[in-house]
Ligand binder design. Structure first.
Ligand SMILES: Cc1cc2nc3c(=O)[nH]c(=O)nc-3n(C[C@H](O)[C@H](O)[C@H](O)COP(=O)(O)OP(=O)(O)OC[C@H]3O[C@@H](n4cnc5c(N)ncnc54)[C@H](O)[C@@H]3O)c2cc1C
Length: 382
């Protein structure tokens, strides 16, 4: 068994780390967090250096690398700043689906601009009344001659106000007796008449990253914008999530590393009772536990990503990695604030932002409860 990364993978990791340290400056990260904004020029720079969409095949403009490499970049970005890291790395959130199920024409048209930074994509599944239960989505797509007409609304859509196009999960076959064969994906360009996006303000964390409520009012798209097969949307979504959930694990490990780093720096510097905080065994144990949990989470996602890249994706392992790494990140962020005492509660200190940013990894793309359900159902063969 070999757990070492190749030289190329270590080079990618190092380059991503250096980029993040150079660009995600503390004052910028704080400004974007406070104002819920981001500078797209930083995203463009990251694209020019090849950090976005490395898993996209070379014929579609990417580097043709594995999903593990995409995760390595994400982990380094999140280890420096989650909000800015996410604003960059999620600009290709949906390319996975297009690469898996898009037509040749769709892939050639829509994937290259994501890699070059000339376009941003998003994937719209969640609705006001359909979150964990994606089969409850009622945004409809109705065939009309050579077109589909889309109506409905989607909630919490990453990049909703900035995306050039979205993969939209729509109800196309409401009468199918199987809840798993009623939906289909469509590529919807956001400049089409009837599309509207309203930015959501006041998020707990990852505030540099755009999140929106979006709506479709008689949005007409050509029949050729169907992604994959009509009625096969649920299966396609599960295949997509099996990739993107690995990505969330990398976010979790990255932010937990940041929590650990901040904690170590703080407890070595601050003195109480005439000695550095780091001399107290109670705090040493926290450091040991955080480092161990980070290592365990990373090993889980490395294995899951490696198997996926080998073509042997393990659905339950990916779900284990997602819930465990999410819980681990939230726990590490909590301990980091605790070790900072009152200072950890203040906006000026980075751990305060880490604490807020970390929570999302337990929620999006399958809450930790849903991930545990997947693991249990696999074990119980339900
Ligand atoms: C910042 C942000 C960005 C997001 N980006 C996107 C995006 O780009 N695209 C997109 O489509 N969505 C996106 N989402 C939505 C996200 O994926 C959903 O919020 C998530 O899937 C949970 O759905 P929900 O919020 O409706 O919660 P609910 O489904 O209402 O769940 C509420 C609680 O009940 C629990 N629960 C639900 N069902 C079960 C069950 N069967 N067993 C046990 N517990 C259960 C959940 O685990 C959770 O704790 C984003 C959300 C946020 C906050």
């Amino acid at each position: 068994m070999d757990f070492t990364l190749s030289k190329e993978q270590r080079d990618i990791q190092k380059a991503a780390r250096e980029f993040a340290l150079g660009e995600f400056l503390p004052e910028k990260a704080q400004e974007f967090d406070r104002n819920e904004t981001f500078d797209p020029a930083i995203r463009k720079k990251a694209c020019d250096l090849g950090f976005v969409g490395v898993f996209i095949k070379e014929e579609y403009g990417g580097a043709g690398l594995g999903f593990l490499e995409h995760c390595l970049i994400t982990e380094e970005f999140w280890a420096v700043d989650a909000g800015m890291g996410n604003a960059i790395i999620t600009s290709s959130f949906g390319a996975e689906l297009l690469q898996l199920f898009g037509t040749e024409e769709q892939k050639r048209k829509y994937l290259p601009p994501l890699v070059s930074g000339d376009a941003v994509i998003g994937t719209a599944i969640t609705e006001p009344d359909a979150g964990s239960d994606v089969t409850g989505a009622i945004t409809s797509a109705v065939r009309n001659g050579d077109e589909w007409i889309i109506n409905g609304s989607k909630m919490f859509i990453t990049n909703g106000t900035i995306a050039n196009y979205l993969n939209v999960f729509c109800l196309t076959d409401p009468d199918n007796p199987s809840r798993h064969q009623r939906h289909s994906f469509f590529l919807v360009e956001t400049d089409r008449k009837g599309y509207q996006a309203n930015k959501l303000h006041g998020k707990l964390g990852i505030r540099a990253n755009d999140t929106a409520e979006v709506s479709f009012s008689d949005v007409r798209i050509p029949a050729s914008n169907l992604i994959g097969r009509q009625g096969n949307g649920f299966k396609e979504l599960m295949a997509f999530f099996n990739l993107t959930r690995l990505h969330i694990c990398a976010m979790a490990v990255g932010i937990a590393r940041a929590a650990l780093e901040e904690s170590i720096n703080h407890i070595k510097k601050r003195h109480q009772f005439g000695t550095p905080l780091a001399s107290f065994q109670g705090l040493q144990f926290k450091i040991a536990e955080m480092a161990t949990m980070i290592r365990a989470a990373r090993n889980l996602y490395y294995e899951a990503a490696w198997l996926t890249d080998q073509g042997s994706m393990d659905h339950a392992l990916t779900a284990m990695a997602k819930w465990y790494s999410g819980q681990m990140a939230v726990k590490c962020a909590d301990e980091a604030v605790q070790m900072h005492g009152g200072y950890g509660y203040i906006d000026e200190y980075k751990v305060q932002r880490i604490y807020r940013d970390a929570k999302i990894v337990e929620i999006y793309e399958g809450t930790k409860e849903i991930e545990k359900t997947i693991v249990a159902k696999t074990l119980l063969r339900l």
